[in-house]
Design a protein around this ligand. Structure first.
Ligand code: NAP
Length: 306
């Protein structure tokens, strides 16, 4: 039976992942800033459920929650770093404080919880670290650049963790949701950069309006996302990246094609900056993402590592 540790489980995707894991018969440590609201939202009287308070910006609280999870269940198999929110506004409109607060949750919060749980996964030599990124962490346009930057950071951290942890029996995946019908675009979650600049009315300004229009009508079903994350952790060879939703797939494919096209057009200049045909020093090798991402370490049937 897999033991999950999930952040931001009070609502939205975190809550649905917790529900799906419980429905699959797993044990769940559901953490939330407001533990009572998570408790109310989750099925009552579940022996396999432990609800704990956790604001991911608090490193000590993350360590305390990980310790309580271990006390109760003796191990952690899957960590889902899900807690996060967005900020709408042009890059220039977003203040230093707004940007730093966002990174405190979406990036440094994720790192806090990862540092608190990884010693357990490493000692077990098994487990799965699932970071909830975003399609916006792969492809960005106007209007949510600082949010996108936080999710690009999650992508980079996840790629590095994948390289560092694969050999220790720990799978690592960044999930890249497209638009899902949660509170994400609702004023209850989405923050607006307080400043507006007229020059961005047609780009970032239009995007702010679009966010408000789309809120509540997103095509993505959060319950299906929850079940997809459970299926991901059951896979024999889980991927480094898992886009979720047709919109996510299309945006990622469009970006890959655009990057390939641009590289082809600029290859000559891009490759013209070396000292000469014979390298004078050993070259830094690129991380071997492809091989480990394709094969991955062997897994047990319990969603843990062999
Ligand atoms: N829905 C989408 O379209 C979409 C698309 C791409 C990526 N994502 C990502 O999916 C994740 C979940 O978002 P969602 O769609 O489920 O949005 P949501 O419905 O707004 O839920 C966000 C969750 O994050 C929690 N949270 C925020 N800051 C926190 C903190 N400092 N400590 C602990 N928990 C915190 C919230 O807790 P409270 O209840 O206490 O506020 C809430 O449980 C986020 O990382 C988001 O970036 C969502």
């Amino acid at each position: 039976m897999t033991v999950w540790f999930i952040t931001g489980a009070s609502r939205g995707l975190g809550l649905e992942i917790a529900r799906a894991a419980l429905a699959a018969g797993d044990r769940v440590v559901a953490t939330a800033r407001d533990a009572d609201s998570a408790r109310r939202a989750l099925p009552a009287d579940q022996d396999g459920l432990l609800v704990l308070p956790l604001d991911v910006t608090d490193q000590a609280a993350a360590e305390a929650a990980a310790a309580r999870a271990l006390e109760r269940f003796g191990r952690i198999d899957v960590l889902v770093n899900n807690a996060g929110y967005g900020v709408a506004g042009a890059v220039e409109e977003t203040s230093d404080e707004e940007a730093r607060s966002l990174f405190d949750t979406n990036v440094f919060g994720l790192l806090n919880v990862t540092r608190a749980v990884l010693p357990t996964l490493r000692a077990q030599r098994r487990g799965h670290l699932v970071n909830i990124g975003s399609v916006g962490g792969f492809s960005q346009g106007a209007g949510s650049g600082i949010y996108g930057a936080s999710k690009f950071a999650v992508e980079g951290i996840t790629e590095a963790l994948h390289a560092e942890l694969s050999g220790l029996g720990i799978a690592v995946t960044v999930v890249e949701p497209g638009q899902f019908r949660t509170d994400f675009l609702d004023p209850a979650s989405l923050r607006q950069a307080a400043r507006t600049i007229d020059d961005y009315a047609g780009t970032a300004g239009a995007r702010r309006t679009q966010f408000a229009d789309v809120s509540g009508h997103q095509l993505g079903d959060p319950a299906k996302a929850g079940r997809a994350v459970v299926a991901l952790t059951r896979a024999q060879h889980p991927p480094l990246r898992l886009p979720l939703g047709q919109d996510s797939l299309e945006r990622i494919e469009a970006k890959l094609a655009q990057v390939a096209q641009e590289i082809a057009a600029w290859r000559e200049l891009a490759s013209s900056t070396g000292h000469g045909p014979a390298p004078t020093a050993p070259a830094l090798t690129a991380p071997a993402l492809t091989e480990s991402a394709q094969t991955g370490p062997a897994r047990t049937t319990e969603g843990g590592r062999a």
